[in-house]
Design a binder for this molecule. Structure first.
Ligand code: AMP
Ligand code: MG
Length: 397
């Protein structure tokens, strides 16, 4: 009896690793997961900041005795705080400058005129206007970004503002991607008629690059000795192995057998799902290596990477993975007792996201990957899935 997708996923998620954390430079933290709370190292803004170019005045001297203001000098951004020596005067002030001592209000240039070297104010003025007060955004020591946040350019900007030149992020697992098969050749080689280009591992490496993981890679022929030798070394050197091929029923699908010979504990082999049914999953207790051995069909490898490995990775990082749903644009009947993952194109219409299955010639049709935005996940059931019904959506781009 094959296990269900739900059971398989649960078993995978029971094998998460404690990956720990590491320190990287600020720019290297982009797209990583923050492993520390980021605090404001000073008040924000750090001083009363002028938000307009214009003049700084003492408000009570405007209301009590309306008059023309003499310009005493200027306060520029980057200069130390100036002093308005005589409160009946004004200082010219630039955006980003410290509001001068004795001044409490800024009037923008657009609201004043210069008459014989003195300033006349033409508009109504409110006390304290055009000043961004010290500490009004964040107080020193308060948290500006919480840990477990995925670092985007916005977080880079905030961390730069508080001087986080080094950032603690969740560490990544050491991963080796392993292609198996005698038929596979490198992509810069012209394949013989019976050969095909090795594409799966590049797809996986590209997917890993989007989460800032650089994997090593390996290609092993379908030969037991070669497999044993290659896997033995890979198990010692890595936290995770992502394999493709060699786990089906073929005479040369040696992966499960060799894994067990090497002391890798099989957690399960084969899941009641399509595509990706021959998925083999195991752990090497000795080296604490987790092994995802995907069937070689490109769509199967790609689907299983997103369905199992990514949730495993997020759980190992201790962060939730977002669940998405999409509406079906056609009716679908799923009768055989397999969970179905169907490649779909997604489009926005009337404020909702709609899924249209892509034309796909089975899980060996690798060109279909470029047509789809993700997989919808459909459990088998008696009644058809209706048009407009919301179903789980695993986004792959
Ligand atoms: P297997 O799971 O080894 O039986 O492979 C299933 C199909 O996927 C076969 O047609 C393989 O040639 C193909 N395949 C296996 N590995 C790769 C790979 N790395 N890149 C592209 N196709 C592959
Ligand atoms: Mg093979």
């Amino acid at each position: 009896m094959m296990i269900t997708f739900k059971e398989a996923l649960q078993k995978v998620l029971e094998q998460t690793l404690d990956l720990g954390k590491e320190e990287v430079t600020l720019m290297k933290s982009l797209n990583r997961i923050l492993a520390e709370d980021i605090q404001a190292d000073r008040d924000f803004p750090p001083f009363n900041r002028a938000t307009k170019d214009g003049i700084a005045i003492s408000y009570s001297n405007l209301v009590n005795t309306p008059h023309k203001f003499k310009i005493e000098g200027e306060a520029t951004a980057g200069a130390r705080q100036q002093i308005l020596n005589n409160k009946v005067n004004c200082l010219e002030v630039m955006t980003g400058a410290v509001v001068p001592e004795n001044a409490d209000t800024v009037v923008m240039y657009e609201h004043i005129t210069l008459v014989n070297g003195e300033v006349v104010i033409n508009e109504n003025v409110i006390r304290g206007q055009n000043i961004h007060y010290k500490g009004s955004d964040k107080k020193q020591g308060s948290i500006v970004i919480t840990k477990e946040t995925k670092i985007s350019p916005a977080e880079i900007g905030v961390m730069a503002s508080v001087g986080s030149s080094q950032v603690m992020v969740k560490a990544n697992p050491k991963i080796c991607t392993i292609a198996t098969g005698n038929e596979l050749v490198d992509i810069d080689v012209l394949p013989e008629p019976h050969q095909i280009r090795k594409s799966n591992m590049l797809t996986i490496e590209a997917a890993l690059a989007t989460v800032e993981i650089q994997a090593t890679s390996l290609h092993i022929d379908d030969d037991k000795e070669t497999i044993r030798h290659g896997l033995k070394k890979a198990l010692i050197e890595n936290d995770v192995l992502l394999l493709s091929g060699g786990v089906s029923m073929g005479k040369f699908d040696f992966i499960p057998e060799v894994m067990e010979e090497l002391g890798v504990e099989k957690v399960f082999h084969k899941v009641a799902q399509r595509p990706g049914k021959p998925f083999w999953f195991g752990i090497h207790n000795e080296s604490k290596t987790v092994i995802f051995s995907f069937p070689g069909n490109p769509v199967s490898t790609f689907a299983n990477y997103h369905l199992y490995f990514l949730p495993w990775l997020h759980k190992s990082w201790d962060i939730p993975i977002e669940k998405s749903y999409i509406k079906l644009s056609i009716e679908l009947l799923i009768t055989p007792s397999l969970t179905r993952f169907i490649q779909v194109k997604s489009t926005w219409k009337d404020g909702s996201l709609w899924a249209t299955p892509v034309v796909e010639n089975g899980s060996g049709d690798l060109t279909s990957l470029a047509q789809a935005d993700g997989f919808i996940c459909l459990e088998p059931r008696d009644e058809a899935y209706r048009v407009g019904e919301a179903v789980p959506f695993v986004i792959t781009r």
